[in-house]
Design a protein around this ligand. Structure first.
Ligand code: FAD
Length: 270
């Protein structure tokens, strides 16, 4: 049985530039990392591989340089790493992204049973938290979001029991496989690759599946297949902040100054 983790390559900076013509990210010359939540998705797939003997596959949709992101997954111990890359996938919104990822999962599922698909709760760039549920909807998998603990996995009954982290409380739910799970940071502590594993990973093949493999209608993927497009990305202008008093050496006096300031701006009712 397969356990799949979807990992996205994201900019390791807030200084992103947007191509004024396509409104998509300028990727040249900026450092990339594995999306932080996805490091927990990857880690959990490796834990289930070790505990239940599942086969762990890492999937990423991105430009050719996203191969580096998948090589990190190889260094951690996944059995297979597949980059979904084609110019026609470029500029995708979440609908088009989930289409490509689902097609790849379906293709893997034609060869070997897919039990669990892990996604991060959200990415640090698009930040929509939409791709995971999009994959589940397309594949008709049960979706379990915001999971911070895997309580149990019964491969015979094909049932999983998880705990979800909700606002101020938790919820424990049980569901039949296959499932799509989005994970939060509290689920686990990602491991670090050992030096020997890194060396092995440099020689490990990262497969590349383009649209000749997935055979998707080009009108339904990438920029063409995206009903939403980013019209403009900009950092909101902020008024210059003001330092009031000295909170370290004179907290009480600073508090008084702050109250006076708020009162003078009618922002405080006493
Ligand atoms: C600043 C910015 C704003 C954007 N706003 C929107 C928007 O409002 N609506 C919209 O539709 N698109 C938007 N996009 C485009 C969007 O980022 C892409 O569609 C992206 O591929 C998926 O959306 P996301 O980053 O929000 O992912 P999320 O839905 O937040 O990702 C959740 C999880 O899905 C998996 N995943 C996501 N993308 C990939 C991938 N490429 N490969 C493998 N796994 C993946 C990961 O496990 C990830 O943790 C935006 C992009 C940027 C840079």
């Amino acid at each position: 049985m397969l356990v799949i983790s979807c990992i996205k390559q994201v900019p390791d900076t807030t200084q992103v530039k947007i191509d004024p013509v396509t409104n998509t990210l300028v990727r040249e010359g900026i450092p990339f990392i594995v999306n932080p939540y996805d490091t927990h998705a990857l880690e959990e797939s490796l834990n289930l591989k070790e505990r239940y003997g599942l086969r762990a596959v890492a999937l990423s949709m991105g430009p050719p340089n996203a191969e580096a992101t998948l090589r990190k997954a190889c260094a951690l111990g996944v059995d297979e790493a597949i980059l979904l890359s084609d110019r026609c996938f470029g500029g995708a919104d979440t609908l088009a992204t989930s289409k490509v990822l689902s097609a790849a999962i379906e293709r893997l599922g034609a060869e070997e049973e897919v039990g669990i698909v892990f996604c991060g709760k959200q990415t640090i760039d698009g930040d929509t938290a939409q791709v995971g549920p999009g994959i589940a909807t397309r594949l008709r998998f049960t979706q379990l979001t915001l999971v911070d603990r895997i309580e149990s996995l019964d491969l015979e009954r094909k049932v999983i029991r998880v705990r979800r982290k909700l606002e101020g409380r938790h919820e424990v739910v049980e569901a039949p496989l296959p499932v799509m799970i989005t994970v939060v940071r509290e689920l686990n502590r990602p491991r670090y690759p050992t030096v020997p594993m890194r060396l092995v990973a440099q020689e490990t093949e990262v497969k590349v599946w383009d649209n000749a493999v997935l055979k998707l209608d080009v009108e339904t993927v990438g920029l063409k297949g995206s009903p939403t497009w980013v019209s403009k990305i900009f950092s909101p202008e902020r008024d210059q902040g003001e330092i009031i008093g000295d909170g370290v050496n004179d907290p009480a006096g600073t508090a008084d100054l702050l109250i006076d300031k708020l009162l003078s701006k009618d922002m405080l009712a006493i």
